[in-house]
Ligand binder design. Structure first.
Ligand SMILES: [Zn+2]
Length: 344
């Protein structure tokens, strides 16, 4: 090894040791100046080239340049290492690890879904099965089989979305009564929750798509008292233990006798003439009910002389409006988490 090569090897070793030991940018700069600066060690070696025989000078110059290039590379790596360390240290001072964490947002059931679940649980406890069915139905299941022939004016009351002349979005869940009775001999006890559609103009009390929950019980000896007992129990379970139920005579083609069902206004309990929820009447309308019409029983092959039954249908959103004392049904479909969270 030439004298120059030995010097360069020694210089490299000392340079590397000092670079790795430099704790910060200032120290690193000091190492750079000591070795590569104008009066540094490398400059000293370059000056020595002049003492060499002319033939060895170019080779020596290249040897020194190669080493300088390697040293500069080493410096750059050390420089970025120190910068990263500084950045991480800064970050640690900027992050307050004692600050409360951002809690993950946990969803919950929609209030309308909750009402369906709780009503379903009530009826299941009493031996009812929960059934669901298609939202597009032939008019046979929607009207004809329910004692509403095509000439019956009651069809007007179910403002419907027809897809073809005979297919429509169901305006009530009652087709499930027919489908269930056709598939099973009595006794039957079902509740059918699901979406329904009517051509209603949307306002604070109406949506063109809403949920209904429907109940049907057919067996020997079933009478109106059974219906009253079940609906009173439902209202007490979902709205409060003091709820009462009122039946007002009404007309539906598929039940006879038929009734509108009201329950005690849960807000004023019937004690305020100025109540904005019930308009001072003390009652809230829930839906319709009645004893299944003999024509409906005959249509599905049941004998009205042997079995009887009741049916009811409630709007779930209406029920939820009452339960949560909300003034506008549209709030259920606004997808506003701030509103919905209050009801979960
Ligand atoms: Zn009231």
């Amino acid at each position: 090894m030439s004298e120059l090569a030995a010097k360069l090897a020694d210089l490299r070793t000392r340079f590397s040791t000092d670079v790795n030991a430099a704790p910060d940018e200032e120290a690193l700069d000091g190492v750079r100046v000591a070795f590569l600066g104008r009066s540094g060690e490398v400059t000293g070696l370059r000056r020595g080239i002049g003492q060499l025989p002319p033939g060895e000078r170019p080779g020596a110059g290249k040897e020194i340049n190669d080493v300088v290039e390697a040293m500069e590379g080493e410096l750059a790596i050390a420089q970025s290492r120190i910068e990263n360390r500084v950045f991480e240290a800064d970050l640690a001072t900027q992050i307050d690890i004692t600050f409360p964490a951002i809690a993950p947002v946990a969803g919950s059931l929609h209030p309308v879904r909750n009402v369906i679940r709780q009503a379903g649980a009530y009826f299941r406890r009493h031996g009812f099965a929960i059934v669901t069915g298609p939202e597009i139905e032939p008019d046979y299941y929607t009207f004809d089989a329910l004692n509403i022939p095509s000439t019956h004016p009651a069809r007007e009351g179910f403002d419907s979305f027809f897809i073809t002349d005979t297919l429509l979005l169901r305006p009530h869940t009652s087709p499930m009564q027919i489908r269930t009775m056709q598939a099973h001999k009595p006794p039957v006890a079902i509740v059918a929750p699901g979406k329904c559609y009517r051509r209603d103009a949307v306002d604070a009390r109406h949506l063109f798509q809403f949920n209904q929950i429907e109940g049907l019980l057919v067996a020997e000896g079933i009478h109106f008292g059974h219906l009253k007992g079940m609906l009173t129990g439902l209202c007490r379970e979902l709205l409060g233990p003091d709820q009462r139920v009122r039946f007002r005579p009404s007309f539906f083609p598929f039940t006879e006798p038929s009734a509108e069902v009201d329950t005690t206004c849960p807000k004023c309990k019937g004690h305020s003439d100025a109540c904005n929820m019930c308009g001072g009447s003390g009652w809230i309308e829930l839906g319709g009910a009645g004893m299944v019409h003999p024509n409906v029983l005959r249509e599905v092959g049941y004998d009205p002389d042997e079995v009887s039954g009741w049916a009811f249908g409630f709007g779930v959103e209406r029920f939820a409006l009452t339960r949560f004392e909300i003034d506008d049904i549209r709030r259920f479909i606004d997808s506003d988490p701030d509103f919905l969270e209050q009801l979960s």
